[in-house]
Design a binder for this molecule. Structure first.
Ligand SMILES: Cc1ncc(COP(=O)(O)O)c(C=O)c1O
Length: 407
């Protein structure tokens, strides 16, 4: 069963918005369009339930119930327990808070593994623990391909390593890392694992329970939802790390690492992401039972559509003289986030492409370390095109034609 793109696009008001007509959106890795299920819930919350939640009067009770619904349904979709998912302001803030907890938990002389493939959000906060005597070991990418080799991780591990941090896929290299394999290697050495899933989750929510990491992070403003940072912390680690919230909330796992007051409306609206997955699952005749199984069905539908659209784009850019494609040139190995290093600064190229109705950008995308690790000048930056399952074949054709003009 192939993805019904017309049905998909009908779920996104942006595609019917007059001011966006004729423009093809290729900056999805920066933030996706929002599905109507989320917009409807946000609107309802702001108009009917915008009160302090969890009191017994109707507006408040319904608001609190909707926030709980979001956590319970998204946790089920991700294959974890309902109190193993929490919502913070952003992934960057979530890793910052986690790093404060880890700072207290680890002893000087112990070690953390970080990569130079990560967005800075899953790198800098961990590296700063060096200030407290934590040893930082860097798992480095191949300077040509940007590939992270799991075998090299094994050489970095010993009994001092407590945590291994890496991306599910980088926001510029885009190669999909084998999370289960890497997690098994780290666990065998006695280390916990923290995965940045921000660049992966928009391409289908993963079954985090089956994948196996101890922490899995993503940002819902890139998964068709509101601007939140979603954080899975499995119980074993979550109960080990010291509480970073109010002392009287420390017994509630989903409150331990989100000290900011929750954004009630946005958390409630996160249930709209589960509605959207349900709508896709039902429309395409997916399984009736089991949230994670339904999520996996939708994940595979999205992935298949994206891989089919991605290969022609990769083929159109990979052999151009003036272009260096970052990451693999085979669609099945990567997310549809395509960064090109050019013979000139990337931002003016993006501006030229905008004249052809292409919404995309150039820059470092806070992936300064991966770019430097691959010998790309971050100041010159890369031109990045990123799409998702809702992108049409016509938009890919428009992009390829525009690239022909500009590159
Ligand atoms: C791969 C990756 N990780 C982390 C982040 C940071 O997420 P947030 O904006 O929620 O802090 C981003 C943001 O672009 C990202 O692309």
């Amino acid at each position: 069963m192939a993805l019904d793109t017309d049905f998909v696009r009908a779920q996104f008001p942006a595609f019917a918005e007059p001011s966006l007509q004729g423009q093809a959106f290729f900056e999805n890795a920066g933030g996706s369009y929002t599905c109507r299920q989320v917009i409807d819930r946000l609107t309802r919350f702001y108009t009917q339930r915008k009160v302090q939640p969890y009191a017994s009067y109707d507006a408040s009770r319904l608001g609190g119930e909707e926030m709980d619904e979001a956590r319970v349904r998204m946790a089920a979709l991700l294959g974890v327990e309902k109190d193993e998912l929490s919502f913070g302001p952003s992934t960057t803030q979530n890793t910052y808070v986690l790093a404060q907890a880890v700072r207290k938990w680890m002893q000087p002389g112990e070690a953390i593994v970080v990569t130079d493939q990560d967005h800075e959000a899953n790198s800098g906060p961990w590296r700063r623990l060096a200030e407290d005597g934590i040893e930082i070991r860097e798992w480095r990418i191949d300077p040509e391909t940007g590939h992270l080799d799991p075998e090299q991780l094994e050489n970095l591990l010993d009994e001092k390593v407590r945590l291994v941090c890496f991306p599910h896929c980088s926001n510029v290299v885009a190669e999909i890392n084998p999370v289960t394999e890497i997690t098994a290697i780290a666990h065998a050495a006695g280390a916990f694992v923290c995965v940045d899933g921000v660049s992966y989750a928009p391409h289908g929510f993963p079954d985090v329970g089956a994948l196996g990491p101890d922490i899995y992070l993503f940002s819902s403003y890139k998964t068709y939802g509101p601007h939140q940072g979603c954080m899975v912390i499995r119980r074993a680690l979550g109960e080990l790390l010291p509480n970073q919230g109010h002392y009287f909330n420390g017994d509630t796992l989903y409150k331990r690492f989100t000290p900011a007051g929750p954004d009630h409306a946005q958390i409630a609206a996160c249930a709209g992401m589960a509605d959207y997955v349900d709508a896709l699952c039902d429309h395409h005749g997916g399984p009736v039972e089991g949230a994670a199984a339904r999520g996996a069905f939708v994940h595979d539908l999205m992935r298949e559509q994206e891989v089919a659209l991605l290969q022609p784009l990769l083929d159109a850019v990979k052999d151009r003289n003036s272009v260096r494609l970052l990451g693999p040139d085979r669609a099945e190995l990567r997310a549809p986030t395509v960064a090109l290093s050019l013979d000139r600064p990337a931002q003016p190229v993006a501006a030229e492409l905008a004249q052809h109705g292409i919404m995309a950008d150039g820059g470092d995308f806070y992936a300064v370390r991966p770019l430097a690790g691959m010998g790309v000048d971050p100041a010159r930056g890369v031109f990045r095109m990123s799409f998702t399952h809702y992108t049409s074949k016509a938009e890919i054709d428009q992009l390829i034609e525009a690239l022909d003009h500009v590159l």
